[in-house]
Design a protein around this ligand. Structure first.
Ligand code: NAI
Length: 328
């Protein structure tokens, strides 16, 4: 019996993500929350003949409380998306406050739930979330995840011609670091099966994984950023997490975590000098059971990419922590 919650459920990501969660037999209950339209989205999805009992709430009448009470997993795609010319960091001003408020609700009404943060800039919204949970005395690093799965999904797709896999998701391509531009570091050297990338293609592939989101933002021409592929990626992460929590072994997926509270994280913290970093994480009954260190095994090109990632992430993390401490 698993209760899933989507905060920001009426949006471009929220609706298809809610559809995938509703269609999955893994969930017995699904609660949707947004500042607009959730009763309609919930009514629509309620006609689907899958087991999950579905409810939709607005802020009025204790909506957030009713949504979150009893939640096992909370997925957060609430906030504004990018328009052409914007970086994820440009979203900070609005989304930081939205995420802070929603995490305060999680701390109060479902302090033990797994929390999956999709709202950008993930590099900063996850540190904000951790600080809010710490202040409420309920922080558990194993249960807070920045969702970077879309970067992994893109990498699997973009290298398909070099992986030889008919189904791109049968290839494993670790993507580490953060979730914006140069903080995204694909480790093609550690892909399985081994990739045979021609030298002259390497830079283009790296850039495509780092800036793949811009392709969608430009193509949508002002109507938002990736929503359908993100819903797929968010669902994939949520599904793996719940399968692992139910006892399935050997499930590993990269995700952006607070390193201190996860086994193996201290080694990565020493290496990067950062408190937060995305690495492949073994998932289990308590969430992030073990962070796997890919850093001792990178090639010279990846080492260069990592230097840029460390510098970018440091500022993003500090900005999030500062916001959490200095905003009432
Ligand atoms: P959208 O604008 O279509 O939907 C956002 C939804 O959040 C709207 O329905 C809005 O009413 C709702 N919302 C706003 N304030 C809220 C609040 N206080 N409580 C509850 N709901 C609230 O945006 P879209 O395209 O769904 O993107 C959502 C976020 O996801 C953006 O920040 C975007 O940058 C991010 N994103 C993250 C990705 C990742 O890989 N982690 C990939 C793509 C987008």
């Amino acid at each position: 019996m698993v209760k899933a919650v989507v905060l920001g459920a009426s949006g471009g990501i929220g609706q298809p993500l809610s559809l995938l969660l509703k269609a999955s037999p893994l969930f017995s209950e699904l609660a949707l929350y947004d500042v607009v339209n959730t009763p309609g989205v919930a009514a629509d999805l309620s006609h689907i003949s899958s087991p999950a009992k579905i409810t939709g709430y607005l802020p009025k009448d204790d909506g957030l409380k009713n949504t979150l009470t009893g939640a096992d997993i909370v997925v957060i795609p609430a906030g504004i998306p990018r328009k052409p010319g914007m970086t994820r960091d440009d979203l900070f001003k609005i989304n930081a406050g939205i995420v802070k408020g929603l995490i305060e609700g999680c701390a109060q009404y479902c302090p033990k739930a797994f929390i999956l943060v999709i709202s950008n800039p993930v590099n900063s919204t996850v540190p904000i979330s951790a600080e809010v949970l710490k202040a409420a005395g309920v922080f558990d690093a194993k249960r807070l995840f920045g969702v970077t799965t879309l970067d992994v999904v893109r990498a699997e797709t973009f290298v398909q011609e070099y992986s030889g896999k008919k189904n791109p998701s049968e290839a494993t391509v670790p993507v580490i670091g953060g979730h914006s531009g140069e903080t995204i570091v694909p480790l093609f050297s550690q892909a399985t099966p081994k990739l045979d990338i021609p030298k002259e293609k390497y830079q283009d592939l790296v850039k495509r994984v780092q800036f793949g989101g811009d392709e969608v933002v430009q193509a949508k021409d002002g109507a938002g950023s990736a929503t359908l592929s993100m819903a797929y990626a968010g669902f994939r992460f949520a599904e793996k997490l719940i399968k692992a929590a139910n006892g399935e072994k050997g499930i590993i997926e990269p995700t952006y975590i607070y390193l201190d509270g996860v086994a193996g994280g201290d080694e990565i913290k020493k290496h990067t000098g950062l408190d937060y970093f995305s690495v492949p994480v073994e998932l289990g009954p308590n969430g992030a059971e073990k962070a796997i260190n890919p850093l001792t095994n990178v090639d010279a090109q990846e080492e260069e990419l990592l230097k840029a990632a460390y510098a970018g992430l440091k500022g993003n993390i500090e900005k999030g922590i500062e916001f959490a401490h200095n905003t009432p």
